[in-house]
Design a protein around this ligand. Structure first.
Ligand SMILES: C[S@@+](CC[C@H](N)C(=O)[O-])C[C@H]1O[C@@H](n2cnc3c(N)ncnc32)[C@H](O)[C@@H]1O
Length: 391
C-alpha cells in the first residue's frame, strides 16, 4: 500500500469505529482485525501503519468526530506530511476542500473532561490516560521454578511485575507458554496485593471476569485455602479454568451468579470470607490507554448505572466478610463517583466498617483509598480501597 492508501484505509476504519461508538458496536481492535481479514493484499507493515494512524486519530479527538475523514484531518492539521497525502491520487483521500473542517481535538468529551477535573485529575494526568500503554507481565510464583524471563524487560513497582515494550510478542515467549508469566498491568497487580490474601484463607473474587486477578490471588495463597471466583458473565468466566490450568492454579471454585441474586448463590459464604475482592464493573476511564475509543461510548446515564451497580455489589460483598475480615474495592477509573465517593457512601451505610489506606508501593491518597495513574505511577488508572469489618 502507498502511504496515501494507508491514510485512506485508516479513514475507512475510523468511520466504522465512529459508527460502533454511537451504536455500542464492536471495539476498535475487533473492527480493525475484521477490516484486514477481508483485505489480504495488505502486508504486516501496512497493517501496523494503518492501525497506528487510526489509533492516533482516535486519541487526538476528544468528542466523537463526525466522520473518519474529519478525524484524520485532525492529524493532518498538525502534521504537514500527512496533509500532503490528501492528494486525490489512486486509493488516496480526496484533496482537502476549501473550508473543510477537521474534527475537534481534546482529551475526552466535554462532560467527561469536567468530571475528571472535578475528581481532582490534572490536565497532564488526564492527557496521560491517552499515552500508549506498555506491556506488563506478572511472574507467576506458582511456576517460578520454570522461569526464564524474556530479554528486554525491566522491573515495575509491583513485586512480581516486569515491563516490556508494547510491541513485544510475549505470547511466543517460553515463559508465557509455560504459564510462568501472565500479562497483567502493574496497577492490576497492585490491586491484588491490596487484598493481602494468605495461604489457608477463604477469599472471594466477586467480579472475577476471566480470572486475571483470581490467578494472582491463587499465587499469593500458594494454592492453599478456598478461593471462589464469581461473575455473571458465563463466556468470560469460562475462560478461567483453562487459564488456571496453564498457570498451575488449583482448587479455584467457580460460581456463575444471577444478576440481582448474587447473595443467594453465595449464601453458604455469608459472614465467612477472610477477604472479598470487588473488582467492579466501571466506566474504565483508567484504561483509555488501551481502549481510547471507550471515551466516545460512555454516557452520563451509563456512568450512573455503573455507580449504582458498584454500590449494590459492595453491599453484597459486605455480607460475605467475617468480622475482622476485609473488603477490597477496585475500579479502573479516576472518577470520584466510582472511587472516593463510593467508599464514603459505603462507610455511611455500614457503620461497623472502617477504611485503611492500602499499603502499596505506589499511588496517591484519594478519599479513603489510593489512586493509581499512568502519569504518577506508570500504571493504568485505578482506585483501590481496603475496608475492614470491625464487628
Ligand atoms: C472489571 S471487570 C473484572 C475483571 C477481572 N477481575 C480481571 O481481573 O480480569 C468487572 C466484571 O464484573 C462482572 N459483573 C457485572 N455485573 C456483575 C454482578 N452483578 N455480579 C458479579 N459480577 C458482575 C462483569 O461481567 C465483569 O467481568
Amino acid at each position: 500500500m502507498t502511504p496515501a492508501a494507508r491514510v485512506q484505509a485508516a479513514i475507512e476504519i475510523l468511520d466504522l469505529v465512529i459508527e460502533a461508538a454511537r451504536a455500542n458496536g464492536a471495539p476498535a481492535d475487533r473492527l480493525i482485525a475484521d477490516w484486514f481479514r477481508s483485505r489480504r493484499f495488505a502486508g504486516s507493515k501496512d497493517r501496523r501503519a494503518v492501525r497506528e494512524l487510526a489509533y492516533r486519530a482516535i486519541r487526538a479527538c476528544g468528542e466523537v468526530p463526525e466522520t473518519g475523514r474529519a478525524a484524520m484531518l485532525r492529524i493532518a492539521a498538525q502534521e504537514p506530511e500527512v496533509a500532503a497525502l490528501f492528494d486525490g491520487s489512486s486509493h488516496a483521500p480526496d484533496p482537502v476542500a476549501p473550508g473543510e473542517a477537521a474534527a475537534e481535538g481534546g482529551i475526552a468529551p466535554a462532560w467527561l473532561v469536567d468530571r475528571l477535573a472535578r475528581s481532582g485529575v490534572s490536565q497532564i494526568e488526564a492527557a496521560s490516560l491517552l499515552d500508549r500503554a506498555p506491556l506488563d507481565v506478572r511472574v507467576n510464583t506458582l511456576r517460578a521454578g520454570r522461569l526464564a524471563l524474556p530479554e528486554g524487560g525491566e522491573r515495575t513497582v509491583a513485586p512480581h511485575g516486569w515491563r516490556y515494550p508494547p510491541e513485544t510478542r510475549i505470547e511466543q515467549a517460553q515463559a508465557y507458554l509455560d504459564g510462568a508469566i501472565e500479562v497483567q498491568d502493574s496497577g492490576s497487580q497492585l490491586a491484588c496485593e491490596a487484598v493481602g490474601a494468605k495461604p489457608g484463607e477463604t477469599v472471594i473474587d466477586l467480579c472475577a471476569g476471566a480470572g486475571g486477578k483470581t490467578l494472582a490471588l491463587a499465587a499469593t495463597m500458594e494454592n492453599r485455602g478456598t478461593l471462589i471466583a464469581c461473575d455473571t458473565d458465563r463466556p468470560r468466566l469460562s475462560r478461567l479454568a483453562p487459564r488456571a490450568r496453564r498457570a498451575g492454579a488449583t482448587g479455584i471454585e467457580i460460581a456463575l451468579l444471577d444478576p440481582g441474586r448474587e447473595a443467594l448463590a453465595l449464601e453458604r459464604w455469608q459472614g465467612a470470607a477472610d477477604a472479598v475482592l470487588v473488582d467492579a464493573p466501571c466506566s474504565g476511564t483508567g484504561t483509555w490507554r488501551r481502549n481510547p475509543e471507550a471515551r466516545w461510548r460512555l454516557t452520563p446515564k451509563q456512568l450512573a448505572r455503573y455507580v449504582e451497580l458498584q454500590a449494590r455489589l459492595l453491599d453484597v460483598a459486605a455480607g460475605l466478610v467475617r468480622p475482622g475480615g476485609r473488603l477490597v474495592f477496585v475500579t479502573c477509573s479516576l472518577l470520584d463517583e466510582e472511587g472516593a465517593d463510593q467508599t464514603r457512601s459505603f462507610l455511611a451505610r455500614h457503620p461497623g466498617w472502617q477504611a485503611e489506606t492500602p499499603a502499596l508501593p505506589a499511588g496517591t491518597p484519594r478519599g479513603s483509598g489510593l489512586r493509581l495513574s499512568p502519569h504518577h505511577d506508570g500504571t493504568d488508572g485505578f482506585f483501590v480501597a481496603r475496608l475492614t469489618r470491625l464487628c
